[in-house]
Each structure stands twice: as structure tokens, then as C-alpha cells.
Design a binder for this molecule. Structure first.
Ligand SMILES: [Fe+2]
Length: 292
């Protein structure tokens, strides 16, 4: 597992699709954050609301709407929205140009502002960022699509430190069965959750794949043996740097860092240069059954 730098002047020599799809991190030595004087200090003061769904401040590009701010002066909320809108727009343009193959079938998900220092942050176990996990969204099913995330460290001085592990194909081969893949692929767990969705207790429209990925996210965080013994790779992203990774394919955790911006894309599995690398393809192969 490596971080491969994309030099903006000379892009030849780096195949971004190959880097991302093999479970490596693509780094870009550029910020994409329009630093209007005072914005950085302003963002450092922003605190997400303490609601159940809000770990970060979220921005929905399609609706130009911010959530997770809690009680806030309208002027302050408007300023946060403006920063996130500009960042989101810049990143979408850059990534779309770099990865036209993904853009053709992607779905734009949220952007986020992460203003809280990650070291020592107190969150419930399944929401903790300092435990290795693959991403899955409880409320936004991807139905087999991949979660591609673009981050920028906008802190003036501190690096953002990540620890990652071997990609999904390796983790799934070792742990998917123990995490209950068969029950999700063939029956009981999936039907229980469908009944809860029909009763309005769980969100509707989730595939077997979504259910398993959410369970796998929790399983990895709860698994002490995995957390302690799996191979680990440490990356310190300097201020002003950006990086892009399939966060459902690469187990990751955040050790420390404050003030990051992020934009998420849901990429259709068929858009991959090598669709066999998609987590859904890996799981279907392991389960011997369709999960879509
Ligand atoms: Fe994550």
C-alpha cells in the first residue's frame, strides 16, 4: 500500500485509475481551498452540532445546503456554506477532468468540513475515526457503487495523520465470512433488516451489499485482533496537500489532524477500469451469490 503523488505539471507516468483501484492513495500537492483572508481561523472555530447523524459539517452540492451546524447565526452558516461550495466546485471540476471514466457514471455525494482535532476525540465506538475501518453509509446506500473521497488538509500547521491497512480484497478474504457474509448473501440477516425497513425503522432501498458493508464497517472497528495485528501503513499529509482514495476499499483510520475539507463521489462499479476490483465483485465471488 503506497501513496502515489500526481505531479500537476506532468501527469504522464501515473495512471490514476490503476493507483486508486489497487487500493493505493493518490496525493495531489494542491489545496483546492480558496483561502480568503480569515477563513482558516473562522473554520477552526466551527463546531458540528452534537446530533446523532452529524460527526462533521456536511454540504450537499446538488441542493447547495449545509447540515450539521446546529444553532448558528445565519451569517456564520452562510460563510461555512460559501467555503464548502467553492471547495466542492473546485474538486468536482478537477476530479472530473482527471477521471472522466468515473465521471460518466458517478453520483455526487456530500462534501464535509472536519474542524475537530482527531487525536483523543470522544465518539461512540462505531463512529470512532481512530479505529481502522472501511467506509459504509448508514443512510445513503451505494447499491454496489464505490465511495471515492477527496480530502484536503487545510490546517495552517498540523499534518493530518492516517494509518491504513491492506485493501478490501485481502481484508474480505480473511474476515468477510466471520462478519456474516453468508447470512447477508443468502437470507436471515437481510430479511430481518428488510422487515425493519418496511416498518420504517431502518432506511429503505438498501441492497444486500449495503447491509453487509455496514456490518463489515462495525465488525472491523470491534475486532481487537484485526486492529492490533493487521499490517499498518502510516501517512502524514502536510498542510495544503490533497489526497484521494476509495475509502470502502482501503481500511483507514485517522490518528491526528484538525481542519480538513472533503468531497465524496459514488462511483459505479462498472465505471472502474477493472470492475473486478470493486468490493461488490470481490464479495460476490466470495459468497458465490449476487448482492446487488
Ligand atoms: Fe472512514
Amino acid at each position: 500500500m503506497r501513496a502515489v503523488e500526481l505531479t500537476l505539471e506532468r501527469r504522464d507516468g501515473v495512471d490514476p485509475y490503476a493507483v486508486l483501484e489497487s487500493g493505493d492513495i493518490l496525493t495531489i500537492p494542491k489545496s483546492f481551498f480558496e483561502d480568503t483572508p480569515g477563513d482558516r481561523d473562522f473554520l477552526l472555530q466551527v463546531r458540528p452540532s452534537r446530533g446523532q447523524f452529524h460527526k462533521n459539517v456536511a454540504y450537499r452540492p446538488g441542493e447547495d445546503r449545509v447540515s450539521g451546524l446546529g444553532e448558528m447565526e445565519p451569517q456564520t452558516a452562510a460563510r461555512v456554506r460559501s467555503v464548502l461550495r467553492n471547495y466542492s466546485r473546485n474538486v468536482i471540476e478537477f476530479v472530473g477532468e482527471l477521471l472522466p471514466r468515473y465521471r460518466a457514471g458517478w453520483h455526487l455525494d456530500y462534501a464535509s468540513l472536519r474542524p475537530v482535532e482527531e487525536a483523543g476525540r470522544e465518539l461512540p465506538l462505531t463512529k470512532r475515526n481512530d479505529l481502522l475501518h472501511t467506509d459504509a453509509f448508514p443512510t445513503r446506500p451505494t447499491k454496489g457503487g464505490l465511495i471515492l473521497r477527496f480530502f484536503t488538509n487545510v490546517h495552517p500547521a498540523k499534518p493530518r495523520v492516517w494509518v491504513t491497512s491492506d485493501p478490501f480484497a485481502i481484508a474480505a478474504e480473511r474476515y468477510a465470512s466471520d462478519a456474516g457474509l453468508d447470512r447477508f448473501a443468502r437470507g436471515s440477516m437481510y430479511h430481518v433488516r428488510q422487515a425493519l425497513a418496511a416498518a420504517g425503522i431502518l432506511p429503505k432501498g438498501r441492497s444486500r451489499y449495503d447491509e453487509f458493508m455496514l456490518a463489515f464497517h462495525d465488525y472491523l472497528k470491534k475486532n481487537d485482533e484485526y486492529q492490533q495485528n493487521c499490517p499498518k501503513y502510516r501517512f502524514a499529509f502536510s498542510p495544503g496537500t490533497s489526497w484521494m482514495v476509495f475509502t470502502d476499499m482501503v481500511p483507514h483510520s485517522v490518528e491526528s489532524g484538525q481542519l480538513a475539507l472533503e468531497q465524496t463521489f459514488i462511483v459505479a462499479a462498472q465505471s472502474l477500469a477493472n470492475p473486478k476490483q470493486a468490493p461488490i465483485a470481490i464479495l460476490e465471488q466470495l459468497a458465490g451469490a449476487p448482492l446487488g
